[in-house]
Every structure is written in C-alpha cells, then in structure tokens.
Design a protein around this ligand. Structure first.
Ligand code: GLY
Ligand code: MN
Ligand code: MN
Length: 439
C-alpha cells in the first residue's frame, strides 16, 4: 500500500469515528473560494480549506468539494473546473489520490447539489460559506464545533505520508534559508534577501504559508516583522529570518539567526543554539509540552545570567517574570496542514480543552507529547522595550547589557520535530540543512 493510500485510509477512519460520535450521516467539505476586495473586482489569494487538503493534495481548485458518507470508505470529489476563457484552469495531473476517490468534474455548483439530492440535508458542512449559492444550501449543520474538535484532536498525530510532505517542505525552506544567508552576508537589503529566498524555492510570495520575517539588526526584536526595507542598513550587525515553505499543502516554519562577525551577538546565537538542542533532547512521549516550555524559560534565564543581562539568579529571574519580558512567545506549536496547526489546547476528541496558562498566555500547545506529533521548538531572546517597561525601575536587570543587545534586536532558532518512541525523534529542519550541505 502506498503511503498516500495508508493516509487516506486513516483520514477515512478518523472521519467515520468523528461522524459517528457527533451524530452526522455525512459531511460536505467545501474547498472555499477567493474573497474579492471591497468595491473591487480583484480576487485575493486563495487558501484552500485545510480539511479539504487533509483528504487530497489539491490546493488550487476553488469551489470544489468533498462529500463523505459515514462508513462508505470512499469520498466523492466534486472537482470544479470553470468553463472560463479569462483565466487558466488548474491542471490536475494523474496522481495517486485519484485512485482512492470517486471523481466528478463540475463547472457549476448546481451539479453538486443535484447529484447529492436529499443527502445534503443530512450532511455537516465544513468550510467557508460567505458566497452564494453555498450560503443558502440546506444542510444539517454548518461547521459544528463538536465535529471540528473531534477532527482537530486527531490531526495532531501525523501519517507517514504527512511526515514525508513535511520533510519535503523543510528541504525546500532550507534551500531558501541558505540563499537568504548568502544574501545577508553579501550585504543585500531585506527585500532583496526575501527575493533570493523565494527564488531559491521557485516560489511566488503568495505561495509561502505565512509572511516571512526577514529582519536585519533591531528589526528582529519585532516578533512579526514583515515590511522589508528596500535599502541595506549602513551597518550590518545581525540577521533573523523566520520563513517557511509548502509541499503538497504541508508547511515548513524555520527560524535562523546570524551574526555578521564573531563577538558578543555570535556568542549569544551559539548559546541559544545549544539551549535549543538541549530542549530537543528532552522531548519524550508522555511529558507535557507546557513543562518543556518552562524548561525553555529556565534555559533562557541561564543565558541571561551567563551574559550578565541580570543581576539575580536564573531561577529568580524566572520567578519574577523577567524571562517573559525577554522571551514573550510560546516555545512552539503543532505544524502540518497549517503553520500553527490545530488542536493544541484539546484534551480529548470530545472538545474538552486545557485551561490556558495565565503565566504563559501565548503558548499554543498544552498537550501531552505523543509519538507521531510534529511541532516546532523555537526559543528566543529579544529586546522588546514595551515589555521591559514593566521592570524599568528594577535593579535586577543590567540595563547596560540590554542597551548593548538592542541594536541587534534578538535571536531565535526554530526547528520542526517528529516525535518518535523513547526520544528517538526526527529533526526535519536540521536534517534538511544537512542534506543540502548546510547546518
Ligand atoms: N513563523 C511563525 C511562528 O514561528 O510561529
Ligand atoms: Mn513557529
Ligand atoms: Mn517561525
């Protein structure tokens, strides 16, 4: 059996169970369609419904839909191919997925509703429904939370086919990252670095899964910096790039930080790299991701102590909340069909959730670690003045060192990890860099 055949079998079984547990006969998963800008006739970028691409790796066929009847074992794909001489139509080549579905080509959504007849009224609709005729379809329920939670909970454990796609996505992104590093060392601007990143992958900007963060110097302290200066800075100190890729609908999300020369910032990057690798070695089935997040904070605290950013012990810095001012985001998140993949707060497939942590409100993953999960590990340390304001009068912080780091912005290192048994994990990101002769 091919790995895709095994994947679609797993997806089928997961839908069978989810439909049975939540009381639906069938589901209709709508791919979606592009939104048009206000008072305009230009469509925006189309991003397919993740639950659609969970079944088949078709990303560019808006208005398509998948119908699955509980227990039938085989979905029907209504593939929309418009009769339209204005636009090119996505070419769907012969692929493995077509052997595992019933394929019906349509050029009008009335063909789908005619074909389904009464079955539509017993179906749970999953997707966006802002446009006609979809908004008026007579379905049993629209995006029922119980069904979505059930599906989202189980999506955390990836099939072999999904892991292979994530491997390929990391290889693509690593290629882009190596080109971006060259561009940085060559003195290019942020915009030029990003152009080189995309060119190395043969991507257009609309194809990357999130806005790349391409940040020189102090820009790297802006956590979602994505405006890109068009001229290089006078002095090149540091470079942080957080940029991803997509393969068959699966995402890569990689961050690297580089110094322009040996010295204080290069040492900080090395210290963070060591801390990140220590965290990777702590990943084991059965432990809770929250505990890993706390372990990361203690390692960041140790770096703050080692580099004299604080005048107190590492443990005290954590206890007083100082590490959160330097490292405000979560240690990481699930990754898969979505960059921030779903289900990180779910305790079970009944929709029970973990209570969000007040101490660490931006952590997106609170679940126990299981074999087959894929998540990122992305510790960082930044000078974010807005967060440091709370400690402005504190002698616990060595402000001279804060001033020294400020022009460099910050540092983050991010890899994606597949959890194996007994700590036998796969680092998708470092393996990709190694395969390309990088590090
Ligand atoms: N690039 C978004 C993140 O790292 O979560
Ligand atoms: Mn991430
Ligand atoms: Mn990232």
């Amino acid at each position: 059996m091919s790995s895709y055949a095994q994947h679609i079998k797993t997806v089928t079984e997961r839908f069978d169970q989810a439909l049975a547990d939540t009381g639906y006969e069938s589901t209709l998963i709508y791919a979606g369609q592009p939104r048009v800008a206000f008072l305009d006739d230009n469509p925006g970028t189309f991003k397919v419904n993740p639950l659609f691409k969970y079944w088949i790796p078709v990303l560019e066929s808006p208005k398509s839909a998948i119908f699955y009847r509980k227990g039938s074992g085989k979905p029907t794909v209504y593939l929309f191919q418009a009769r339209d001489f204005w636009h090119s139509q996505a070419q769907i080549s012969e692929e493995d997925w077509q052997q595992h579905v019933e394929l019906k080509i349509i050029d009008d959504l009335s063909q789908l509703t005619d074909d389904l007849g009464d079955a539509l009224a017993a179906s749970a609709f999953l997707g966006e429904d802002f446009a006609q005729p979809v908004a008026d379809w007579n379905v049993k329920a629209r995006n029922p939370q119980a069904l979505i939670d059930h599906l989202h909970f189980h999506r955390a454990v990836k099939t072999d086919w999904e892991v292979e796609n994530l491997r390929q996505a990391n290889l693509l992104a690593a290629k882009g990252h190596l080109a971006a590093k060259e561009a940085f060392l060559g003195g290019k601007s942020e915009l030029e670095i990003h152009s080189d990143y995309l060119a190395a992958m043969n991507f257009r900007e609309s194809q990357v899964p999130y806005n790349s963060i391409v940040a020189l110097n102090d820009h790297s302290a802006i956590l979602h910096y994505d405006v890109y200066d068009v001229t290089p800075p006078k002095q090149r100190l540091s470079f942080l790039i957080d940029a991803g890729s997509l393969y068959k609908g699966y995402c890569a999300d990689i961050t690297r930080s580089y110094a322009s020369e040996a010295g204080f910032y290069a040492d900080l990057v090395n210290a963070m790299d060591t801390a990140q690798q220590e965290l990777l070695s702590e990943i084991k089935p059965g432990i809770n991701y929250y505990d890993l997040h706390v372990s990361m904070h203690l390692k960041v605290a140790a770096i703050l102590e080692q580099f004299d950013f604080i005048n107190i012990s590492a443990q005290e810095a954590y206890d007083k909340g100082i590490t959160s001012a330097f490292m405000p985001h979560g240690l990481g998140h699930f990754i898969g069909l979505q960059v921030h993949d779903v289900g990180g707060f779910l305790q079970d497939d009944k929709g029970n959730s973990y209570e969000r942590s007040e101490r660490h409100p931006f952590l997106r993953l609170l679940r126990d670690i299981e074999v087959g999960q894929v998540f990122t590990i992305e510790p960082g340390l930044y000078v974010v003045d807005q967060l440091l304001e709370e400690f402005a009068d504190s002698k616990d912080i060595n402000w001279t060192m804060v001033d020294k780091l400020r022009p460099y912005g910050g540092v983050r290192i991010e890899d994606s990890i597949v959890v194996g048994a007994n700590g036998d994990n796969e680092n998708l990101t470092r393996n990709a860099f190694k395969a390309l002769g990088g590090e």
